[in-house]
Design a binder for this molecule. Structure first.
Ligand SMILES: Nc1ncnc2c1ncn2[C@@H]1O[C@H](COP(=O)(O)OP(=O)(O)OP(=O)(O)O)[C@@H](O)[C@H]1O
Ligand SMILES: [Mg+2]
Length: 531
């Protein structure tokens, strides 16, 4: 670090080039800065200390050091003084954009004696919006390492009766400072490029890991669902019979299709038969087919679903609803891999992957004699238990987003967001109908939403009431809905004003006292919007 002091001394050119009519003591400022550089330490701290010296000893406010990105496409404010972190993050300029972008593009310093007269002054960070701009000058100089521009140093100078000549001398002085810090800035730039590359790599790796084995059409990243994806990948390649269990609407059929897609039967058909949807008498003939005249109404020979699924997958939904006689036929078909049509004698041989699903407790059905025990063991070789929606954590939000996009597209509506109160309601609900219920709720909300957001009041009343009733507040439906709407308005206002209660009160045309009372009453966590 001592090389910086040496650099100052060995480069009297910098000092000799400085004119003397600066509005401050240039040598003293240089001295302080050289000392900071010599002391070394963490770069962020060093840069921030230098900006502090410029403020205290040279009257240069809101100093900023911006760094050119590794692909040289944009300049980003890296260290800033007198600007909030949030505002600083807004400060990204394309090359050639705004004063900072121009300085980096041309490698030449720029002085704006009166900011308010300059149309190209972007004020992206918004840091000066509340100030009278008329008495502010803006000085921006390039930071060059080995002749290449690596960033820019800029300051605001509150001007009184300083002449333009004084400001130009200060600009030269600032260039000298930029020379002093160039090496450090360059180091920081290289470091940042390294970290950015690592972050990108890390993100990609994590995404690959998270997505590993997730079937394309299945949404959800919870650990329970990741376990399901793992099991799907594990069982799909073998011809094993799979039993899928889970509450209604959890996605059993979707999982069955995913297994089919990943199996060696994927080029064959996927045939789904809902055993609960057909009367007992028809189910057997639907599954195994029948010969002409085998029963009243059998006017011609018919091929069953087992035959239709040859070289593919047969999905037997609600298998617990099968009649005893159909169960017997199914058991034989699984054991022998061949069967006869109803009323027929010919043995038909098929190559079918069987997947069954149920939301019943098959063990109880076996005990009660409703389901054949031998069939139970034939079917229950590999079981996949799909978790209910309420146990999947943040998946409810991923799925909500996914269905919002899906139905906005289908219904040609421009909806791109779900409001915070609506998200809270979706998260608080217990989803007895699981993913299917969520899908229906979102489709309905997309249809009723008035603008580009799904608001809490677009959701069905059951969800709105659940949110408030979970804290045991109201019983009357009308009151609950009004309260829910009020809570939503306040939450949105707090969000827009970053948790500022007085501002939120102003936006809603009420008093801070009322807002504070309602925030307490509804249990709104306004602090989370302050971030
Ligand atoms: N993880 C998921 N990602 C995306 N969509 C899903 C997911 N799980 C379920 N769905 C969708 O939810 C709806 C219900 O799924 P599915 O029919 O597979 O459920 P199920 O368990 O078979 O229901 P039931 O017990 O009523 O037969 C379908 O529209 C399906 O596409
Ligand atoms: Mg189903």
């Amino acid at each position: 670090m001592c090389r910086h002091i040496a650099f100052v001394i060995e480069s009297p050119m910098i000092i000799s080039e400085l004119k003397t009519n600066l509005g401050f003591n240039g040598l003293s400022v240089l001295y302080h800065i050289a000392r900071i550089l010599a002391a070394g330490g963490e770069l962020e701290r060093v840069m921030s200390d230098i900006l502090e010296v410029l403020e205290i000893h040279a009257g240069m406010h809101r100093g900023m050091i911006s760094i050119l990105s590794s692909d040289s496409s944009k300049v980003k404010i890296d260290v800033a003084r007198g600007i909030s972190d949030d505002d600083r993050r807004k400060g990204t300029y394309l090359i050639g954009e705004g004063i900072t972008g121009k300085v980096v593009e041309s490698g030449k310093p720029i002085l704006i004696p009166r900011v308010k007269d300059e149309p190209s002054f972007l004020n992206k960070t918004g840091a000066r919006s509340n100030l009278e701009k008329s008495n502010i000058a803006f000085l921006c100089v390039p930071i060059k390492a080995s002749d290449a521009v690596v960033g820019a140093l800029s300051v605001d100078r509150v001007v009184g009766n300083e002449s333009n000549e004084t400001l130009e001398d200060e600009l030269n002085f600032l260039e000298a400072i930029a020379n002093l810090i160039a090496q450090s800035v360059n180091e920081r730039r290289k470091n940042q490029a390294r970290i950015e590359a690592l972050e990108r790599e890390n993100l990609e790796l994590r995404k690959t890991l998270e997505d590993m084995g997730r079937p394309d059409e299945m949404i959800g990243n919870s650990s329970l669902m990741r376990e399901i994806y793992r099991q799907i990948a594990q069982v799909a390649p073998s011809p094993t019979t799979v039993l899928i269990r889970g509450e209604t609407g959890t996605g059993k059929e979707l999982v069955a299709r995913a297994i089919h897609q990943k199996s060696m039967f994927k080029d064959g058909p996927f045939i789904a038969v809902n055993c609960a949807a057909l009367p007992e008498s028809l189910l057997e003939s639907a599954l195994f087919g029948h010969e002409k005249g085998s029963f009243t109404g059998a006017t011609q020979q018919r091929m069953g679903q087992f035959e239709a699924a040859n070289n593919g997958t047969l999905f037997l939904d609600e298998i617990g609803e099968m009649s005893q006689s159909a169960q017997g036929r199914l058991l034989r078909a699984i054991q022998e891999k061949e069967f006869q049509r109803v009323g027929g004698t010919e043995l038909i041989h098929v190559n079918v992957r069987l997947i069954a699903a149920t939301n019943r407790n098959l063990e109880e059905d076996v005990k009660a004699g409703r389901f054949r025990e031998d069939l139970y063991y034939r079917v229950n070789v590999f079981t996949l238990s799909i978790p209910p929606m309420r146990e999947r954590g943040a998946d409810v939000l991923l799925l909500s987003d996914y269905f919002t996009k899906k139905y906005a597209k289908i219904h040609n509506k421009n909806i791109n967001r779900i409001s915070t109160p609506a998200i809270d309601m979706l998260s608080a609900y217990h989803w007895p109908g699981n993913v299917r219920e969520l899908e229906n709720v979102i489709e309905r909300s997309v249809l009723v939403a008035q603008d580009d957001v799904i608001n809490g009041h677009d959701l069905p009343p059951t969800l709105q009431m659940k949110d408030l009733q979970s804290r045991g507040e109201r019983k009357n439906t009308f009151e609950t809905l009004v309260a829910s709407y009020e809570k939503e308005l306040i939450t949105e206002a707090l969000k827009d004003t970053r948790g500022n209660q007085s501002e939120a009160a102003r936006v809603l045309g009420t008093t801070k006292r009322v807002i504070q009372y309602k925030i307490r009453n509804y249990g709104i966590e306004y602090k989370r919007f302050k971030r």
